[in-house]
Design a binder for this molecule. Sequence first.
Ligand code: PEP
Length: 257
Amino acid sequence: MTERLPLMAGNWKMNLNHLEAIQHTQKLAFALADKDYEAVEVAVLVPFTDLRSVQTLVFGDKLKIKYGSQDISQHDGGAYTGEVSGPMLAKLQCTYAVIGHSERRQYHGENEEIVNAKVKAAYRAGVTPILCIGEPLEIRKAGTHVEYTLAQLDGALEGVPADQAESIVVAYEPVWAIGTGEVATPEDAQEVCAAIRKRIAELYDAELADKVRVLYGGSVKSSSVAGLMAKPDIDGGLIGGASLDAEEFVKIVRYRE
Ligand code: PEP
């Protein structure tokens, strides 16, 4: 079995202007500097307007905080007012782009076709997608959450070749857990994360699936992270609200201590 490097990624959502981003990133860098944390990859996923601030602080830094955007255009350039392209993100040395977050699906009408086009756009630009999938409450109550989530995965990966898919990060984010304070139990999260890995093995092969990092997201806190990380198919967290509190986010990064 491949040793997968755990990833703790903070999704700032639409919070922190570019000056606040500098302060927050400096706090994180300072708090993480006093100990070796190379056993965990740390990333911040920030508003477009913050990317340059974060880049100037951390790029080339030995602290190696990675960063990325919360969305990406499906187009590479042209008359698409308001959009930000993959090549623009690549120029800012973004490692990641979040794609298909439930808030984008819910408020911006992103369907499987758009999510799939965005995954392909990210790969064209050399940016790694953090693909978000997960079921709403009514689907969980109906007991069809695994099928629902796997259908989102199938749609997002349609036509994506193995040499690209092997680097994807998949975040299982049940919608009912996002921003609600209601974290999934480690067992519930593991059930879906294991099913995601199994489906990736079916779509590609077991060796590739073994390399892919599957994160859990939804109200993760320092008090719940260790239980989730103890599960074999959970390779990290996508952290929303708690990533805005530097002290709490650092505790999450250091879940092993
Ligand atoms: C998210 O924004 O992806 C998220 C999981 O948010 P929260 O941690 O606040 O539930």
